[in-house]
Design a protein around this ligand. Structure first.
Ligand code: ATP
Length: 475
C-alpha cells in the first residue's frame, strides 16, 4: 500500500502502466515536461474537454466557442504584454549549473524555517518581486545563505528575467520580422476575434467566448509530472461585460466555476479559493481555485478580472476600433472581461488523483487487494465492459449482440480471456464503472450479471436493460 508521500509516484506509474500518460519520445529517453496521452488517457482527456465545453457553451445561451490558430501575428504578444512581461526571475548556481525560479528557491528555504521567520522572509521577497529589484533578491538569497540542492554551494549568478515564450521562424527568411511565438495562452485568440464573433453572431453584452487549445511555456522548473508542462492545453472563457459591472460578474463566475468542479462529485473540502496577492499586469482582481493534490493544495484554475486591458491594447496596436455599442444605455465602450482559465492537463491530473484508490480486500483466508480508479462515470474512458463467461456455448455471440447494441451509444470493451475476477480487476484499474458477464443463465432467461466498480456489488438484470442503465449514469 502506498503512503501519502509515495502516492503521487504510484499514480504516475499507474498512468503509464495502464495507458493513460507516457513520457514524450520515451524511446529517446524522453523530452522533459512533455507528455503523450495513451489509449485510455486520450479518452479521459476528451471526456473532460467535452464536459467543460458542453457546460460552457451548450448550457449557456450567451457563450459561444471558437477554435483559433496557435500561431498569431507577433504584434499580438507585444500588445498583450507578453513580450515585455511574461517572464520569471531566475538564478543559476555556478557550480551545479542548475537554474531556479527565484521565488521557488526562496519559498523552499522559507519552509525549513520557523513559521514567523519564514513568513518574514516571504514578505520581504514579495516586496522585492513587486519592485522588480533583482539585485535585492540576490542579496536576500546570499544573506540567508540559501544553498543549491545539487551542489550544496551558495555560488550564485545574478538574477535575470527569463521569457517563457517559445519563438520560431515563419517562412524561410530569417529576419526579425518573421519571428513568431507559440501562444503561451489561448486567451489572445479570443480577444483578437472579439469583433468577428460579436458581429457575425449578433452577440449582445454580456456574452462569452470559449476556447480549448494548446498553449506553450518554456517553464524552467518543470517537474511534478503533468502538473507543469511545456506543451499543455487550456480551456478558457472570456466573458465580455459592461465597465463597472466587473465585481458582480467576477463573483458570479467564481461561484459558477467552483460549482462545475463540485458537480463531478468531488469532496468540497479538497477545494479552496486563493486570492492573488501580486496581480498580473492586466488584472484588477484574481483568484485561483486550488485542489488538494498529493503534493498539497495547488492551482488548477484561475478566475481573473482582466478589465479592458487586452481589448484596449489590441485597439491601440492594431489602430482598429474595438468597441461595442450598448443600445440599452446608448453608449460606445471597450468591454471589460472576466476570464475563467483552467488547464486541461491539470484537471486530468486532479481527476486521476481524486479517483485513485488502493484497497486492501484481504480476508483471514487469503490476502487480496485492488487498485481502482473511481472516476465519475461520465468521464470514464470505458463505460461498459462485456465478458462472456466462456469462449463457447454461444456465450460470445450473445455478448457480441450486447456490444453491437451499446457501441454506437458509448465506449465499450469486450474480453473473453482469463478468469472473470482478473478481468474485473483490469477494468477497475482503468475506471470502468460497469462490467457485465454473460453466462449460461443468460441463454435461458436473458439476464446478465452487472457488477458495479465502486461497491463491487453484483446483480442480475435483463440484458435488454443494460444499455439504458449505463446511459442513465453517463449523461
Ligand atoms: P502557475 O502559477 O502554476 O504557473 P499560472 O498562474 O501561470 O500557473 P495561468 O496563466 O493563470 O497559470 O493559466 C491558467 C491555467 O493554465 C492554470 O490554472 C493551469 O491549470 C494551467 N497551466 C498554466 N501553466 C501550465 C503548465 N505549465 N502546465 C500545465 N498547465 C498549466
Amino acid at each position: 500500500m502506498s503512503t501519502d508521500q509515495n502516492k503521487f509516484q504510484a499514480i504516475i506509474s499507474h498512468c503509464k502502466e495502464y495507458g493513460f500518460v507516457f513520457q514524450s519520445s520515451e524511446i529517446y529517453d524522453g523530452l522533459s515536461a512533455v507528455y503523450d496521452y495513451g489509449q485510455y488517457g486520450s479518452e479521459l482527456k476528451k471526456n473532460i474537454k467535452d464536459y467543460w465545453w458542453k457546460s460552457m457553451t451548450q448550457l449557456h445561451e450567451n457563450i459561444v466557442g471558437i477554435d483559433a490558430a496557435i500561431f498569431m501575428h507577433p504584434t499580438t504578444w507585444k500588445a498583450s504584454g507578453h513580450v515585455d512581461n511574461f517572464s520569471d526571475p531566475m538564478i543559476d548556481n555556478k557550480d551545479s549549473k542548475k537554474r531556479y525560479r527565484v521565488d521557488h528557491l526562496i519559498e523552499g528555504y522559507a519552509e525549513t524555517l520557523p513559521q514567523a521567520d519564514g513568513d518574514a522572509l516571504l514578505a520581504r521577497m514579495d516586496e522585492l518581486l513587486k519592485e522588480n529589484d533583482f539585485a535585492g533578491l540576490k542579496t536576500l538569497i546570499e544573506e540567508n545563505k540559501i544553498k543549491c540542492s545539487v551542489s550544496g554551494t551558495v555560488n550564485w549568478t545574478d538574477v535575470r528575467q527569463f521569457n517563457l515564450m517559445f519563438s520560431t521562424q515563419l517562412g524561410s527568411v530569417t529576419d526579425e520580422a518573421s519571428e513568431i511565438y507559440l501562444r503561451p495562452e489561448t486567451a489572445q485568440g479570443i480577444f483578437v476575434n472579439f469583433l468577428n464573433v460579436q458581429k457575425t453572431g449578433r452577440m449582445k453584452i454580456p456574452f462569452g467566448i470559449a476556447q480549448i487549445g494548446k498553449a506553450f511555456r518554456n517553464e524552467i522548473v518543470a517537474r511534478q509530472f503533468i502538473f507543469r508542462m511545456r506543451e499543455f492545453e487550456q480551456m478558457e472563457m472570456q466573458f465580455f461585460i459592461r465597465p463597472g459591472s466587473q465585481k458582480e460578474w467576477y463573483e458570479k463566475w467564481k461561484e459558477e466555476r467552483m460549482q462545475w468542479h463540485l458537480s463531478l462529485g468531488t469532496d468540497p473540502s479538497k477545494y479552496r479559493f486563493k486570492d492573488h496577492v501580486k496581480l498580473a499586469h492586466y488584472a484588477d482582481a484574481a483568484v485561483d481555485i486550488e485542489f488538494d493534490f498529493p503534493m498539497g493544495f495547488k492551482e488548477v484554475e484561475g478566475i481573473h478580472s482582466r478589465t479592458d486591458f487586452d481589448l484596449s491594447q489590441h485597439q491601440l496596436y492594431s489602430k482598429k476600433k474595438i468597441q461595442y455599442f450598448d443600445t440599452e444605455i446608448n453608449q460606445n465602450y471597450v468591454p471589460y472581461v472576466i476570464e475563467t482559465s483552467i488547464g486541461l492537463d491539470r484537471m486530468f491530473l486532479l481527476v486521476i488523483c481524486n479517483a485513485y484508490e488502493e484497497q486492501d480486500l484481504s480476508t483471514p483466508e487469503k490476502p487480496d487487494s485492488r487498485v481502482v480508479l473511481k472516476l465519475p462515470a461520465k468521464l470514464a474512458p470505458v463505460k461498459l465492459a462485456i465478458f462472456p463467461l466462456t469462449k463457447k456455448d454461444g456465450l460470445p455471440e450473445l455478448a457480441r449482440e450486447l456490444m453491437n447494441s451499446c457501441m454506437p451509444a458509448f465506449h465499450c470493451f469486450y474480453e473473453e480471456k482469463d478468469a472473470i475476477g482478473k478481468r474485473y480487476r483490469r477494468q477497475d484499474a482503468i475506471g470502468t464503472p460497469f462490467c457485465v458477464t454473460i453466462d449460461h443463465q443468460t441463454k435461458e432467461d436473458g439476464t446478465v450479471t452487472i457488477r458495479y466498480r465502486d461497491s463491487m456489488e453484483q446483480e442480475r438484470v435483463p440484458m435488454a436493460d443494460v444499455k439504458q442503465l449505463v446511459m442513465n449514469k453517463i449523461f
